[in-house]
Design a protein around this ligand. Structure first.
Ligand SMILES: [Cu+2]
Length: 495
């Protein structure tokens, strides 16, 4: 077999395909478009004959990075840059990534959004022992689905340092209806310039206590750097960061993306922040949202959209003539991140520029998008439904799922082959971007919208379905790193 892709299924490479794929392609099922995800990810630990292998090496180590405007931050990163270099492959490729841990702490790498084999998922004490300082670990897996993803550690508050980078899986069936591609990674930054992430976590932990029942949270809009009164989402974050970054740069020294006027640009937005939801707009441009968490949606136009921690959106824009600010405003906080789209000479706008699109309607993926036909799971009633209730409050600082902090939790269980519905209810006064590993949810109330990270509003409820086709033990957690590390995590295990 050359590639484990839907294309090879449709053009007739059936003989060499694995059992899982054959089982899903019984003739009585309607054929699905080429870009559809495979029903079950390939689980083999080494490449199949003829499968393309993509090799990459990451060295996690302490480094000084230049954030611009004279700000040098001592941090931890993959190599010399923040974000780290892009890892890129095509759907169906086999990836072998050697990780060399030169940090003074254990680490792991999680491949966020990729439906991979459990052993490569990078969750300490669930799928592997953390990589000790001075040790190496090889992550080996097939990446079955195209999409915009990223990778980061799954240990402590390490994600809140510079340890993140995009991983882009290209679709061999994608017509490439754009002229240029712009990868935009959003982040909230304190490491090496403000309180360290470890200290922030330690302070929250020192403040921690039992989970209270019922509603929790607090309005901390009076705290410096926080501005919850203006948020339409409710309480969106706990930490006022000194800086917000796009592609590793502060707004006073933004990166520039250059192309020609009239060119169509695919912008891949990734929120790698630990505690910040961003509201994103490109001045004087309409964005057409095409993908959510890597998966195709029905095209939807908007002037602005929310991107929560762990979420990714692909949007297409047609570049105007001039210099245009791409602004990511920190929701409920003071401050913003900035980059520039430049198609002509001219002066850059001030770093505090606020595109008027930010004041108009703001798209929220889980409310406003619908799955494209090609991304939908087959229609099926759930075999089983599990309630997932998010609990917690700011004071004492404690977060959990189904009344328990991670460690005291009762794992969720599913049987192989089941369609599982999770009914996620947020009983707190904060937003929580909930993330599932190893699977992509389908949102039955959004025509099957596929997402692996779903922002759930205060007191909100979202139904999410998955097909249990990837055996193992999988993390389910809030992607606010401080909520996760103080308890808002559990696992989904196959019976
Ligand atoms: Cu949370």
């Amino acid at each position: 077999m050359v590639e484990v892709s839907r294309r090879s299924v449709l053009i007739g490479g059936l003989a060499a395909l694995g059992v899982g794929v054959l089982g899903a392609c019984s003739p009585d099922r309607p054929q699905r478009p080429e870009s559809s995800p495979l029903p079950g990810p390939p689980l083999q630990a080494s490449p199949k004959p003829g499968q393309k292998v993509v090799e990459a090496s990451l060295t996690a180590r302490p480094v000084a990075v230049d954030l611009g405007a004279g700000i040098i931050a001592n941090t931890w990163a993959y190599g010399d840059e923040v974000p780290g270099r892009v890892v890129r492959a095509t759907a169906g490729d086999f990836l072998r990534v050697n990780v060399d841990n030169q940090l003074p702490a254990p680490t792991t790498v999680h491949w966020h959004g990729i439906r991979l084999r459990n052993e490569a998922d990078g969750v300490p004490d669930v799928t592997q022992q953390a990589i000790a300082p001075g040790n190496r670990f090889v992550y080996a897996f097939t990446a079955p689905d195209a999409g915009t993803h990223f990778f980061h550690p799954h240990v402590g508050a390490q994600l809140d340092r510079g340890l993140y980078a995009p991983i882009i899986i290209d679709d061999p069936a994608d017509a490439g209806d754009y002229d240029a591609e712009w990868i935009v990674v959003l982040d909230d930054w304190t490491d090496g310039v403000g309180k360290s992430p470890d200290q922030i976590l330690a302070d929250f932990q020192a403040d921690s206590g039992p989970l209270k029942s019922g509603m929790g949270g607090m309005d901390h809009s009076s705290m410096p750097g926080m501005n919850h009164g203006n948020s339409s989402l409710g309480d969106a974050g706990d930490v006022a960061y000194p800086h917000y970054l796009i592609n590793g740069r502060v707004p006073e020294a933004p990166t520039e993306f250059r192309c020609r006027p009239g060119q169509r640009v695919r912008v891949r937005l990734i929120n790698a922040a630990s505690d910040t939801v961003f509201k994103v707009a490109l001045a004087d441009h309409t964005m057409t949202v095409t993908h959510s968490d890597g998966h195709r949606v029905n095209d939807k136009q908007t002037g602005a959209l929310y991107v929560a921690m762990g979420e990714r959106y692909d949007v297409t824009i047609t570049a105007g003539d001039g210099v245009f600010p791409l602004v990511a405003a920190a929701e409920g906080k003071s401050g913003q991140a900035l980059a520039l789209l430049r198609t002509a000479s001219g002066q850059a706008p001030p770093s505090t520029i606020r595109p008027r699109e930010l004041e108009g309607p703001v798209l929220l993926g889980a409310d406003d998008l619908a799955a494209a036909e090609s991304a939908r799971l087959p229609d099926r009633d759930p075999d089983t439904t599990l309630k997932v209730t998010l609990n917690g409050q700011m004071s004492p600082f404690a977060w959990g799922i189904n009344g328990k902090k991670y460690g005291q939790d009762t794992p969720l269980t599913v049987r192989p082959g089941q369609r599982l519905r999770m009914q996620i209810t947020n009983s707190t006064m904060m937003v929580h971007p909930m993330h599932i590993h190893g699977h992509t949810w389908s949102l039955p109330d959004r025509s099957g919208l596929r997402k692996d990270t779903v922002l759930i509003r205060p007191m909100g409820r979202v139904n999410v379905d998955l097909d249990a086709d990837n055996p193992g033990a999988w993390a389910l957690h809030c992607h606010n790193i401080y909520h996760m590390e103080t308890g808002m995590m559990t696992t989904l295990r196959y019976a």
